[in-house]
Design a protein around this ligand. Sequence first.
Ligand code: ADP
Ligand code: MG
Length: 431
Amino acid sequence: VWQHVLEHIRRSITEVEFHTWFERIRPLGIRDGVLELAVPTSFALDWIRRHYAGLIQEALGLLGAQAPRFELRVVPGVVVQEDIFQAAPAEAPRPKLNPKYTFENFVVGPNNSMAHAAAVAVAESPGRAYNPLFIYGGVGLGKTHLMHAVGHSVAKRFPHLKIEYVSTETFTNELINAIREDRMTEFRERYRSVDLLLVDDVQFIAGKERTQEEFFHTFNALYEAHKQIILSSDRPPKDILTLEARLRSRFEWGLITDIQPPDLETRIAILKMNAEQRGLRIPEDALEYIARQVTSNIRELEGALMRAIAFASLNGVELTRAVAAKALSDIFAPRELEADPLEIIRKVADHFGLKPEELTGSGRKKEVVLPRQLAMYLVRELTRASLPEIGQLFGGRDHTTVLYAIQKVQELAESDREVQGLLRTLREACT
Ligand code: ADP
Ligand code: MG
């Protein structure tokens, strides 16, 4: 049991955290339905209880362990390296790469084989294969995953190389801060001294003149020094409007490759790999059922699988095709009553004490940004309005802005309970 729990935990935290805190825990046994775990010091006990209790609990729950509860005990005998527990948890010296986004975890299908091959080639000889490598494709199709995979692979193969991963949003924000705080030299130094620069979602650079200007110089400096640059975007360079011609042409200097939505077989393969990693065996027809429900976004595909797994485990049944159908019925059943977009905007505005015009207007105050994003998200979820139509509803915004808002809310909803609750309340109010 503990081995499975560990596997689950390993996938949820960084390598360093795992190594520091979990490799030294020993299962003592199960007593009265309580799993007893030995930790080496009271410091470790305290730390684990404060930071990881929820995670352990969740893992026990998900795996349907016989002992759904656990208890930590200090057993000094298992002390291995006391000093490790005295220091603050070590920070990975490596860039912020998601440990799950590796080549090993990337399922190759006809939809992404070109992008995958290009990424592998770049990882093998950074700066020499294709520079820049430009990967484009829709939301949730694996662009970020591939970029991180190159990062991991390069880090392993060439440990001395400096790797930087940055979203275009972060790049922009850091630039703005650097300008404000008069730290431009530092900013330039930081980005121009890397060997591998991964820039995610570069479509968001559109219309930001100063960011484009600065990025242009960063790009040139790196390119001339034969440093590798990888860019991702939701569309090819030629379709990024208001992108300076000189940047566009640079984006097109290397290799442009796309990722398409996965076909059914690839989707099933992705689900299968996911299930195996969780140590779960799920009947093929159940996986196929899930794979048929979600066709164009792998993140949502994985979400559907998670939902089905949780549903089965909560009900103490095996995850069969019928159970999967039941678990997903409320998300994928055809909606009978379609909500009215204007009504949604009104309800959301109401909830936050705002006027509907503030949500659809152009104000960027903090108090309206999240409500606006939530409203866009709900219109998308509860009506059949397309992204451009939603953009129209919200004062003629571009559909990429809408897409960004929706992604943002999705991200928040994954990590932030408060946002989850908000969504639930608003959804109820709107339907
Ligand atoms: P994007 O950056 O294109 O929006 P991500 O890279 O964030 O998409 O991928 C979304 C999710 O789907 C991630 O959890 C990622 O691991 C997973 N994913 C995407 N493509 C694949 C693939 N080919 N094999 C396995 N998992 C994938
Ligand atoms: Mg991404």
